[in-house]
Each structure stands twice: as structure tokens, then as C-alpha cells.
Design a protein around this ligand. Structure first.
Ligand SMILES: C[S@@+](CC[C@H](N)C(=O)[O-])C[C@H]1O[C@@H](n2cnc3c(N)ncnc32)[C@H](O)[C@@H]1O
Length: 466
């Protein structure tokens, strides 16, 4: 029997909070409403009830926020990608600053001594260098897909997962987040697959041939295409890959893999090169970095240069300084800073990224860096610090989950005079900085927008030893 939906009436959204939720209060209870903006008045349906709060989604609008405008993308209504596209860009930046401030007040329980004005993105379209698409034999149907009350007959789709309908994908015709060549490549692959009657993966039944498409590019116009297939069918694979190779000379790296697993992750699977090289390159500052099929690389390179420059300013390195680059990925931050200090040591958990970091250093004739592979919480212990020498300055750039408490404790005892904490999640950043309080004082915080039209925000914090 379907569960009865509980409605909360007459909510007024007061502010925007982390995760992009609009926050309202009712009868002393906090309500987080999806896709709601400050100034919205609405009725909402409860999705989750917790001791301290309720999470809900809008069911009826009474009055719209004055910040609500018109989105420019045809897919906006159903796509989860750019939830704030209908908000003016200047207002998006104010929201992001508000999210950072709120996270530090609520979770960090701290004032920010110097909160610099957020740096907006230079380009707020076509700013990404990587997009991932999914093939599905159960396309999400929009109103336009029903003809005379009947759904369209073609149910295969290539695009993005629809929020809360994990087995369906929204067919994407035009995405504004990556250079337009991405649209041409993706749409051509889809048309070829339909014309030659390839089967698309079914996420529930776990069958079908075509699974995922990853497109990566650099600012010089080189492209990498990675196709993942559910099983081996050499003739079909070669036909599709030959079609891509012939039609798109800008694809300098064409790769494929077979993924028989139930999830889409490719990290542990071997990737084969069909044409060209197994990497493309991107330049950040004066350094050139290789980007492999599986490597983490900053997805907005233009803003990444600004981010690294800011981290360098905060780091205030001296020639004799020893720098730690923690969560170093392909070594880009450490290499970017390498000329300003005596030596850099990095730690990263993905072996391929560490190999790339070493290659990046060699290719750029950087001789004072070394990178080590391991999980930070295991490798970064007193013996490791003793072995490599104490740091003068640390740059830490963890994933969204933030740092493990053991890592925070090690940093507290590291003796570094400055720690630069880069984060894409101000909630975990504020939590970790709170744990550092007896040892390090937050001096300055700068937010940077790396992801226009989303609620994500990057922050760089400068901490000084007490
Ligand atoms: C936000 S990225 C930063 C990468 C790099 N600093 C850059 O600017 O490109 C976080 C990195 O941390 C790595 N990572 C995640 N968990 C880790 C862990 N427990 N130990 C070490 N590295 C980890 C990821 O593989 C990823 O490369």
C-alpha cells in the first residue's frame, strides 16, 4: 500500500543552506526544502523526518522568490545538473557566500576573521573539461515524448541520471557545461547506436551492451572519448569506435573498456586505447599536466589557475620551505608551487594519479617533488613525518568528506607554521577547522566559484599556528 504523503503548508523560505536547500521554520522545527529559494512561499511534502529537522520538496507555490528567473537550458526542468540556472549569476554568488558563512557559524561555531568577497567564474558556460553520460534503455519521458497520449516508441537514451529515478536517463541534446564539440560527439554516438540497433544497458536487469560515455577535453581543443561496454563484442565495438575516429579528428585519445560489474565506476578496470594516446594534456600556469582516463583533474581549469594562485599567496612560501601537498591527485598543486620552495612531498590514494604526478614532475623538469601512494589516515603518521622531514607549510585538498580525524590530529602536531585548507564542502571544512582550533587559528577565508549554476562552492582557508 502506498504510504500517505505528509504535507507541510505555508512555508516561507528564509535562507539558502549547504546542499542548496531552502531553509524554513515551522512550529520550532527546521524544514529543508529542495529546489527552494529565499523568498519562496510554498506548500511542501515531507521526504525525510529526522529528530532535528525535516526534508521536503515543493508541492505548490504560493509566491515565488524575487530571485527566480528563467533558465536558458531546455533540459533544466528534469536535469539535476544546474539547479540554480534560473537564478541570476550575481545572486548565485551571494548564495554561495551565504552557504559558506552559515556552515562556519553552524558547524565550525566560529567567526571568519577575514571573509574575502567570493571570486566569480570568468566563464559561466562551457567551463567543464569532463562530462560523464549513461546509456539506458529506459529514457525519461517528457511531455513532448507523448504523441496522442502514447509514449514515443524509442526508449533508448544517452544522457544524465534523473534525480531520484536512478534507472532512467534524461536524453541530452544540448548541454552548456562543456564546449559544444561534446554535444556533437555525444549526439553522433547516439544516432549511430540507434541506426545500427545497439542495445543500451538496463540498470535494473543488468543487461544491454552500451553503458557509459566519458568526454574530456583541454583548452587547446584536444578531446578524449572513453566508452564503456557491458561485454565483449569486438565487431560492434570496432564499428562504433571507427565511426568516432573517422568523424572526429579532434579526438586525440579514443579509449574503451569492458565493465561487467553492477556499478559504473571504472577505477579498477583496465582501459584500452583504440586510437591515439592514453592521455591528453592541460596547461595550468607555466606547467603542462597529463590527464589519463581515470585521473582526477580539476574540472574547471580556468578557475583552477585562480585557485592555485590564491593558495600560493596564502602559502607565502620561502625558498628554504618544505611543503606538504596532501591529497595531491596528479601533483598539480605541488608542482605549481615547486619553484617557490625547497621541496614538496605529496600523498594521494590513487596509484595511477601518483604515477601521473611523478610523470608530470619529470615532464616539467621539476626535480624537488616526490609523491607517495596511500590512504592519508594510514600513511600520514609520525614515522612518515620523521622520515620525510617536518613541513613548514601544508596544503591540504581533501575530497568532499573532508579529513579523517586521525589526519587532523597529525596536522595539529605537524608543527607547520601555515596550513592552507582547500575544500569543495564548507561543512566538512568547518568541522575539521574546529578540531584544529587549539593548535591553528583561522585567519582568512576565500570562496571561489568553480561550478556556476550549481550550489557547489570551493573555499580556501588560511590557518596559522597558535
Ligand atoms: C579534491 S581532489 C584534489 C586533487 C589535487 N589536489 C588537485 O588539485 O587536482 C582530492 C584527492 O584526494 C584523493 N583522496 C581521496 N581520499 C583519499 C585518502 N583517504 N587518502 C589519500 N588521498 C585521497 C583523491 O583521489 C583526489 O585525487
Amino acid at each position: 500500500m502506498a504510504r500517505k504523503k505528509r504535507m507541510i503548508k505555508n512555508l516561507l523560505i528564509e535562507k539558502i543552506v549547504s546542499g542548496g536547500f531552502g531553509m524554513a521554520r515551522q512550529n520550532g522545527k527546521i524544514v529543508f526544502v529542495e529546489n527552494a529559494l529565499p523568498g519562496d512561499e510554498l506548500h511542501a511534502i515531507v521526504r525525510k523526518k529526522r529528530k532535528d529537522y525535516v526534508q521536503a520538496y515543493p508541492s505548490e507555490w504560493i509566491k515565488s522568490s524575487p530571485h527566480r528567473g528563467v533558465a536558458f537550458c531546455e533540459h533544466f526542468e528534469h536535469c539535476g545538473g544546474c539547479r540554480w540556472q534560473h537564478v541570476g549569476y550575481e545572486q548565485q554568488l551571494l548564495y554561495k557566500e551565504a552557504i559558506v558563512r552559515e556552515s562556519f557559524e553552524r558547524v565550525g561555531k566560529t567567526d571568519i576573521p577575514e571573509f574575502r568577497t567570493i571570486i566569480g567564474a570568468q566563464n559561466n558556460r562551457q567551463y567543464r573539461n569532463k562530462m560523464e553520460y549513461t546509456f539506458s534503455d529506459r529514457r525519461w519521458l517528457n511531455k513532448a515524448d507523448f504523441i496522442g497520449g502514447q509514449p514515443a516508441s524509442e526508449m533508448r537514451g544517452l544522457g544524465f541520471h534523473v534525480p531520484r529515478a536512478y534507472d532512467k536517463v534524461l536524453q541530452i541534446k544540448n548541454c552548456h557545461l562543456q564546449a559544444d564539440t561534446a554535444n556533437r560527439i555525444r549526439n553522433a554516438i547516439y544516432d549511430f547506436a540507434i541506426e545500427h540497433d545497439y542495445s543500451f544497458y538496463n540498470l535494473r536487469k543488468k543487461d544491454g551492451y552500451l553503458r557509459n560515455l566519458i568526454l574530456r577535453n583541454n583548452r587547446q581543443g584536444a578531446w578524449m572519448v572513453i566508452l564503456s561496454f557491458a561485454y565483449d563484442d569486438q565487431a560492434s565495438r570496432n564499428a562504433l569506435l571507427t565511426f568516432i575516429a573517422d568523424k572526429f579528428p579532434e579526438v586525440l585519445s579514443l579509449q574503451w573498456l569492458i565493465n561487467p560489474k553492477h556499478n559504473d565506476a571504472i577505477y579498477e578496470l583496465p582501459v584500452q586505447v583504440f586510437k591515439g594516446s592514453d592521455y591528453i594534456e592541460e596547461k595550468l600556469g607555466e606547467y603542462v599536466f597529463i590527464i589519463g582516463a581515470k585521473s582526477f583533474f580539476q574540472t574547471n581549469p580556468q578557475q583552477a589557475e585562480i585557485l592555485y594562485q590564491l593558495a600560493k599567496e596564502y602559502a607565502h612560501l620561502k625558498k628554504q620551505d618544505h611543503l606538504y601537498d596532501l591529497y595531491s591527485g596528479t601533483g598539480s598543486i605541488g608542482i605549481f608551487m615547486s619553484k617557490a620552495c625547497r621541496k614538496v612531498v605529496g600523498i594521494e590514494s590513487i596509484a595511477e594519479a601518483v604515477e601521473n604526478a611523478q610523470k608530470n614532475a619529470t615532464n616539467n623538469q621539476v626535480k624537488n617533488t616526490s609523491f607517495y601512494c596511500g590512504d592519508m589516515k594510514d600513511i600520514f603518521d609520525e614515522a612518515w613525518i620523521k622520515n620525510h622531514g617536518r613541513p613548514d607549510v601544508v596544503i591540504s585538498d581533501p575530497p568532499r568528506a573532508g579529513m579523517h580525524p586521525k589526519v587532523v590530529q597529525r596536522l595539529n602536531e605537524s608543527g607547520a607554521k601555515r596550513i592552507i585548507y582547500i575544500s569543495c564542502n564548507p561543512v566538512t571544512q568547518a568541522r575539521d577547522i574546529r578540531m584544529m582550533e587549539p593548535y591553528y587559528k583561522l585567519k582568512s577565508l576565500q570562496a571561489i566559484d568553480m561550478f556556476p549554476h550549481t550550489y557547489h562552492v570551493e573555499t580556501v582557508a588560511l590557518l596559522e599556528k597558535i
